[in-house]
Each structure stands twice: as structure tokens, then as C-alpha cells.
Design a protein around this ligand. Structure first.
Ligand code: APR
Length: 227
């Protein structure tokens, strides 16, 4: 068995950095209709509304700072073999020092031109008139995976899961597939699964630690590193 830790994070790891979660009380999907702002059909119907939604989230993300949970995961990866997969579209893992983060739902800080298919770093607001820097066509969308679209890097994720000695899910409700299925895949391969979350998400794990990520993640990392 390898000594490889595969970690999946969700919105709960960034909650204490001030970025909202989706399904908690006051979560994003209690305020917005996801079919309008997080589907290709919603974008086709009203691209301006979708740009406004993601422009606000991008600004919040760039104004936010990593919290001790992000920092602890970067510390762990500097001393152990770790694959960090995130459902989050913020760049707080990277700003805390994590490298090679697998963003399976895309990134707020990237844009995708639907005319020339180029993808690029992007930190400004987007509108329906913003010209693509590569082809000058005003056809840029957020490089975010919407509901009904195929998550990114699934082959890389599958390979990582197969070589894992431990699977850890942090700050995710386990409501959205395929990420929600990783724990069952791991356990079916005999890989122990640990949940670090504000509260249990339904007994799918071998073990769990519960509380705010900014406390329980550093505690767990210190335990793993014997520090
Ligand atoms: N510390 C630890 N866990 C927390 C904290 C915190 N401070 N705050 C919230 N949580 C937990 C909640 O208890 C919940 O289980 O984080 C989880 C957040 O769940 P969701 O809001 O459903 O977010 P997530 O699981 O990341 O959603 C998955 O759904 O809408 C799509 O693409 C979107 O990537 C997102 C995906």
C-alpha cells in the first residue's frame, strides 16, 4: 500500500475565509437559483446575469485570505505525498502555498473563450462585451464547470484515488457527484476514509472529526506529522 494521501475539499474549507458555502443555512443556493447562474442553459438565456454573479464571487475571492485550514494542508503536502483535489473555485489553497491543486470545478481566476477555445488566467470582471485577448471576439465565459457539464481532471483524480493509502474529505456536504462518490470508491478499494467537517454528512466514512476547519484541520495535520 502506498503512503499517498488523497484529499478532497469543499466550500467548508473556505467558509472561515468569508467565502460562502452552498447548502448551509444562508448558503449560496438559498439566495440564487442555480439553474439561472450555474448551468449552460442559464448562461445562454442571460449571460449578463451569470457574469454579474461570478464577477461578485471573483471579487470576494480576491479580497479573501487563506485560513489556517488552507495553510495546514500546504504544510502537510510539503512533508507527505498528497494529492489535493478541490471542488472550490477560489485560489485560497494556492495562496496558502499548495501546489498542483486539482480544480475539478474550474477556477474563478480563469476565463474560457468560446470562440477560439483558449483558456487563460483572468482576475477582472467579465461582461458580454469583453474581447478575448487572443482572438478579440467578445465570447469569454468563466472557466467554471456548471451543472450538467463534465468536471475537469477526472482521469488524474481516478489515478490518484487508486494509489491512495488514505482518503480525506474536508468541508463538503457530499451532495454533488462525481466528488460525492469518491469516498465509496475509496472504501470499495479498501482505502480508509476520514471526514473533517462541521458536522457528519451521513456515516459514509470510517472516521470523522467535527468542528470548524480552521481548528480541526491543523489539529489533524499536526497529528499526521507528529508535531
Ligand atoms: N468548517 C468545516 N466545515 C464547514 C464549515 C467550517 N467552517 N462551514 C461549513 N462547513 C461544511 C458544511 O457543514 C457542509 O457539510 O461544509 C459543507 C459545505 O457543503 P456545501 O455547501 O454543499 O458545499 P460543497 O460540498 O463544496 O458543494 C459541492 O456543489 O454547488 C456545487 O459546484 C458547487 O463545488 C460545489 C459543490
Amino acid at each position: 500500500m502506498s503512503n499517498w494521501i488523497v484529499i478532497l475539499t469543499g466550500a467548508g474549507v473556505s467558509a472561515e475565509s468569508g467565502l460562502g458555502t452552498f447548502r448551509d443555512k444562508d448558503g449560496m443556493w438559498t439566495k440564487y437559483d442555480l439553474s439561472e447562474v450555474a448551468t449552460p442553459e442559464g448562461y445562454a438565456r442571460n449571460p449578463g446575469l451569470v457574469h454579474d454573479f461570478y464577477n461578485a464571487r471573483r471579487r470576494n475571492c480576491l479580497d479573501a485570505s487563506p485560513n489556517p485550514a488552507h495553510a495546514a494542508l500546504a504544510t502537510l503536502a510539503a512533508q507527505r505525498s498528497v494529492t489535493l483535489i478541490t471542488q472550490n473555485v477560489d485560489d485560497l489553497h494556492e495562496r496558502a502555498g499548495s501546489r498542483d491543486v486539482i480544480h475539478m470545478h474550474g477556477e474563478l481566476t480563469r476565463a474560457w473563450c468560446l470562440a477560439c477555445d483558449q483558456r487563460m488566467d483572468w482576475r477582472d470582471d467579465l461582461t458580454t462585451e469583453t474581447p478575448c485577448p487572443k482572438c478579440a471576439t467578445p465570447a469569454l465565459r468563466p472557466d467554471i464547470v456548471w451543472f450538467g457539464e463534465i468536471p475537469y481532471h477526472m482521469e488524474e483524480i481516478d489515478m490518484a484515488l487508486r494509489q491512495a493509502s488514505l482518503f480525506v474529505a474536508i468541508g463538503t456536504s457530499g451532495e454533488v457527484y462525481p466528488a460525492a462518490g469518491f469516498v465509496a470508491e475509496a472504501r470499495a478499494m479498501g482505502i480508509p476514509a476520514l471526514e473533517l467537517n462541521m458536522e457528519p454528512t451521513g456515516g459514509r466514512f470510517d472516521d470523522g472529526r467535527y468542528g470548524p476547519a480552521s481548528r480541526i484541520v491543523p489539529d489533524w495535520v499536526n497529528e499526521m506529522l507528529g508535531t
